[in-house]
Design a binder for this molecule. Structure first.
Ligand code: CTP
Length: 401
């Protein structure tokens, strides 16, 4: 018996003959104890009524992006915030296409673009639509971004054709929902430190040395560890990202300040150094703004090495975190450099990636990484940075269990 007591789902019902099965899904979710809020698309209304969904979910149904009453009662952002999981069933080829392209032209697709929650889609469509290269490419892209899929099943369809495209049966969708919600809190009671973003090393009060790190990967890792129950401290260089909820965030500017903030947050069980720490700082940084001289000469910067935070955290001793994870952002010989870094810095794992400009990884939303441990390398597919973070957090949880 599946128990989803206290879990909240947002169910988007797309248009398709299979939409009738969404009524059964709502009934099963309610019976499992889950809260269900339904969003019915305009096409969905052709197949099921708001009244049926409302009666079964015991909750009002939302349909319209521009409804004054809907927005004043529950804004569309609030709708996704109030859910633990967003479920799309049936997910038509049209909805999947809009999700992949980032189109937001109604309440359902706007929610799907705005949500920061996991999305589980149960596709349902004609077999040729499912096998069309456009749908295949959309599904591949969505999977890479971390969207979960259940089905479709194979069988005879409403259009009398045979093949994959049938909406999964409601009990199978319920099981997939339970699995998606069952991450649990395997890191409860563990303390984690995550560094993220670049550092800025001042030249004078208005100029600094920096790098192109956006901080996205480190922030996603901090959020994923917190999601699994860890008590997280995020030490962040200057980035344009909001504080992830539910953790202590220390914003710093320089490598020296990042090291001090890290040391102040010890002891921890887990340290993940995702920051792109500047290797050097300006030893002769000016107290006042450097002015141009009449002869057109340029000031000479004297650089000195910054402390290596990852290496410091990895030093063996009673206070050492049980697991120290570093990153290796490389443009050449990725694996050889990563393995050398693992040995040189004394950490336990290195997440290595190729950040050559052609990859678009630095500052982009996706990452293709290799998890390098002593004596082993795992190649992960190109995934959304949020998905890389979830997988890494799961691996960290497995290390502790
Ligand atoms: N790192 C750190 N402190 C530094 C430099 C790097 O904590 N002063 C950490 C990064 O957070 C990352 C790992 O070390 O986890 C590797 O960073 P990277 O810049 O790839 O390596 P470097 O040590 O700087 O080596 P190189 O520049 O020669 O590639």
């Amino acid at each position: 018996m599946i128990d989803l007591a206290g879990r909240r789902t947002l169910l988007i019902v797309g248009g398709g003959i299979a939409a009738y099965k969404s009524l059964e899904l709502v009934r099963l979710l309610r019976r499992a104890g889950a809260g269900v809020t339904c969003v019915l698309t305009t096409a969905g209304k052709q197949f099921v009524t708001e009244l049926s969904l409302q009666a079964l979910s015991e909750h009002r149904v939302f349909t319209d992006l521009f409804s004054l009453t809907d927005e004043s009662e529950m804004g569309h952002i609030q709708l996704s915030r109030a859910a633990d999981l967003v479920v799309v069933a049936p997910a038509t080829a049209n909805i999947l296409g809009k999700m992949a392209a980032g189109i937001a032209d109604d309440l359902a697709t706007t929610l799907l673009l705005a949500t920061d929650k996991r999305v589980l889609a149960a596709p349902a469509m004609n077999v040729r639509m499912w096998l069309h290269p456009a749908t295949v490419a959309n599904v591949e892209l969505l999977t890479r971004r971390g969207v979960l899929l259940v089905g479709p099943d194979e069988g005879v369809m409403a259009c009398n054709e045979f093949g994959p495209g049938r909406l999964s049966e409601p009990p199978a969708i319920l099981a997939a929902i339970a699995a998606a919600l069952s991450t649990g809190t395997p890191l409860a009671g563990r303390r984690a430190l995550v560094t993220a973003g670049p550092t800025h090393e001042p030249i004078d009060p208005v100029r600094y040395i920096a790098n192109r790190s956006s901080g996205q990967q480190g922030y996603a890792i901090a959020a994923a560890l917190a999601e699994l129950g860890a008590v997280v401290t995020l030490v962040s260089g200057p980035v344009a990202l909001a504080d992830p909820p539910g953790m202590a965030v220390h914003r710093v500017e320089t490598a020296a300040a990042m090291l001090a903030a890290c040391e102040a947050s010890l002891p921890v069980d887990i340290a993940v150094c995702a920051a792109a720490v500047a290797d050097w700082r300006v030893a002769n940084a000016w107290a006042g703004k450097v002015k141009k001289t009449a002869d057109g000469g340029a000031p000479a910067l004297e650089l000195v090495a910054n402390p290596d935070i990852l290496a410091r955290l990895s030093v063996a001793g009673p206070g050492r975190p049980a697991l120290v994870v570093g990153f290796a952002a490389e443009t050449d010989d990725v694996l050889a450099n990563a393995q050398a870094k693992l040995a040189r810095k004394g950490c336990d794992w290195i997440v290595a990636n190729d950040v050559s400009p052609a990859t678009g990884i630095m500052g982009g939303a996706e990452n293709a990484v290799h998890l390098v441990t002593v004596g082993a390398v795992e190649d992960w597919p190109r995934l959304a940075k949020t998905e890389v973070a979830r997988r890494l957090a799961q691996r960290i949880a497995a290390f502790f269990t």
